[in-house]
Design a protein around this ligand. Structure first.
Ligand code: UDP
Length: 372
């Protein structure tokens, strides 16, 4: 029987980085993935020159110089800067929360006026914010909370803002400048040619078997390799023995409306409670409406995104990092630490709301340990 040094379960970014690094260190590596494609949830599919983000918008951004240099090896990045627009009924607001938003909400024009408005509205929160609602109001006041945060957050997470942890909203910058860049990151962009091609380049020369479910064929697969790097859901690995962890899943309705420009922006968030979708992505704008050769793309592809509680058979997207799940995950983590020969990594393996750059950084770190 063929022997591998490492079996890597999952061909997403964590798995692909580990595979690349271990293969470069002369290790024999086998990658398996349950799905018929590589790149995990960053997977993009070419539809007449448009790289459709099949599992939702992925915008690469980082402050980590090492990670930025690392990804350049596998793709050229365009200069896409995420500036989503929020729609509340027929009102349109700039995101993230910045001077444009404050002007649209309150008519204020100077940072001083905006700061005064926020200071007045945050007075209702005394002490350290204990949940997402308090955190949001203390950052931007009640008006913005009610129109741009509450509905969107409760749709995305299916939970009351008072039952969600404050850190989720701390991801978003709040600025007293006219700057619509959604991320506070030194580097940002989308890989030219799509994420799938980038992942394929990472996996060049590595044996990859697609459509293989590790948990269904565990014994045979384990027998092939010395060690396992597992990037699937940690609770599934342990047969849900401590009870299932909760995840949010997302469903997309993708269409090709008969127009060249459906919404004038890559991402439009629908922040009211009544609209059932959370956002609409118009994929061509991630590449400035041009194909990889720089030619104007005719037509368009849009995806409406609907959030839902994960249930068996769905793709898990977001860990629900509230107290209940945090406590349950601590139990799984203790089991994982005792599982000699298996490394658990990535958003699902570590049950963490990682961004792509954080996944890459943590994979590089882990591999360094493994090689040491
Ligand atoms: N958020 C919000 N209104 C918005 C966009 C984001 O309230 O229009 C908050 C919300 O709490 C959400 C969090 O910011 O859960 C992160 O949202 P984002 O859409 O950036 O998350 P992603 O799905 O892109 O990781």
């Amino acid at each position: 029987m063929e022997r591998y040094d490492y079996l890597i379960v999952g061909a997403g970014l964590y798995g692909a980085v580990c595979a690349r690094e271990l293969a470069d260190a002369e290790k024999k590596v086998l990658v398996v993935d349950r799905r018929p494609h590589v790149a995990g949830n960053a997977y993009t599919e070419d539809v007449d020159g448009i790289h459709v983000h099949r599992y939702g918008a992925h915008i690469f951004h980082t402050n980590d110089e090492t990670v930025w240099r690392y990804v350049q090896r596998f793709a050229a990045f365009n200069r896409f800067t995420n500036s989503p627009v929020a729609r509340y009924g027929n009102e349109v607001y700039s995101l993230p929360f910045n001077m444009y938003t404050f002007n649209q909400m309150w008519g204020v024009t100077t940072p001083e006026e905006a700061a005064a408005k926020i200071a007045e509205q945050r007075r209702e929160i005394a002490g350290e914010p204990r949940n997402l609602e308090e955190q949001a109001i203390s950052q931007v006041g009640r008006d913005i909370y009610e129109k741009l945060i509450k509905g969107y957050t409760e749709k995305q997470w299916g939970r009351d803002c008072r039952d969600l942890p404050p850190f989720i909203i701390r991801r978003l910058p709040v600025r007293l400048t006219y700057d619509n860049n959604y991320f506070n990151a030194l580097y940002q962009g989308i890989p030219v040619g799509g994420y799938t091609r980038m992942a394929e380049r990472m996996l060049e020369g590595v044996e990859v078997r697609l459509g293989v479910d590790y948990l269904e064929h565990r014994q045979e697969l384990d027998a092939l390799a010395e060690r396992v790097i597992y990037t699937g859901p940690v609770d599934a690995y342990f047969g849900y023995c401590l009870g299932p962890l909760e995840y949010r899943s997302v469903r997309f309705e993708t269409e090709t409306p008969d127009t060249d420009n459906f919404q004038g922006n890559a991402v439009v968030n629908y922040t009211d409670r009544e609209t059932p979708w959370t956002r609409i992505i118009e994929h061509k704008w991630f590449q400035f409406g041009k194909d990889d050769a720089g030619k104007d793309l005719p037509g368009t592809v849009i995806s409406r995104e609907y959030s839902a509680e994960w249930k068996p058979g769905d793709e898990p997207y977001y860990p629900v990092n509230d107290e209940k799940n945090g406590a349950r995950y601590a139990g799984y983590r203790a089991l994982a630490e005792k599982e000699a020969g298996t490394v658990f990594g990535g958003r699902l393996g570590e049950y963490r709301y990682y961004d792509m750059d954080q996944v890459i950084a943590s994979a590089l770190e882990k591999v360094k340990e493994l090689k040491a």
